[in-house]
Unconditional design. Structure first.
Length: 99
């Protein structure tokens, strides 16, 4: 495993894209913020946003970049299809846990 990912936990998320397709994406999660320049070559870095309505910090969205309510960094070998709008296309996380 890449040394950058050694402290991350294995994780997977389920998202549903705008065209109603469901995806399970496996990757690595850490509840810290990282510069996207630190992402290893061949991987993609995303960020999780907490749900404003949940006082427990429930991970609700995965986005290319999160400025407010950041709840962690997700690194995957899979590109999430955000499209041309970048943060305009966010995906609600349907489930997520270690595997």
């Amino acid at each position: 495993m890449n040394t950058f990912l050694k402290d991350f936990s294995k994780y997977h998320i389920g998202i549903q894209t705008a065209d109603e397709r469901k995806h399970c994406i496996r990757g690595w999660y850490l509840d810290q913020r990282f510069s996207h320049q630190e992402c290893p070559k061949g991987y993609y870095m995303y960020e999780f946003r907490e749900d404003d309505a949940d006082e427990n910090g429930y991970i609700a969205f995965v986005e290319p970049y999160v400025a407010v309510n950041h709840s962690g960094t997700f690194v995957a070998r899979t590109r999430i299809p955000f499209g041309e709008k970048g943060n305009g296309n966010i995906f609600r996380v349907r489930y997520g846990h270690g595997y």
